[in-house]
Design a protein around this ligand. Sequence first.
Ligand code: AMP
Length: 176
Amino acid sequence: MAAFNLDDYIRKVPDFPKKGILFYDITSVLAAPKAFKYCIDKMVEIFKGKQIDAVAAIEARGFLFAAPFAAVMGIPLIPIRKKGKLPGVTLSKKYDLEYAQAEIEVHSADVPRGKRVLITDDLIATGGTLNAARSLLVEGGAEVPEFFGIVGLPFLNYRQILEPTPVTTLLTYDSE
Ligand code: AMP
């Protein structure tokens, strides 16, 4: 039997959301139960032996992978959302995206002081979002031992901005 190839399940959409961006779409992974299960199983396999106390995820596509992962691992899920979506007291951070500017927030009461929080997203491009998420969690008193993404675009140099925290992805693309 041929090895499972996750790349077969990632839809590539040129010039979205604007000209010059090749968008790696994971909705095609969600639509294929075998591919979705492969991702969650891999995440659990990678992190089950490590000391991870909670998982934080970035709105919205990051939630889709982190939620089943948190349930299987039996750890809390900390949603990191776009500004204005969380009703409680929040910490917030502005940052630059590959193709826009943004601000993210977390409920300060959800950040576990002194605990090890894995930060996840569907795709890591410049690393700006994860870097901002790390600032939020560290400001709230948590530790961030690792980052995880289903897809990584290392040619956008995310490892540099995310140093010294290790970054794991299931799949990388070398150039657009
Ligand atoms: P960044 O902060 O540059 O690492 O951007 C990561 C965020 O933007 C993630 O939430 C991704 O879902 C989204 N994103 C950025 N670039 C792309 C791309 N080329 N394809 C799909 N999603 C992207």
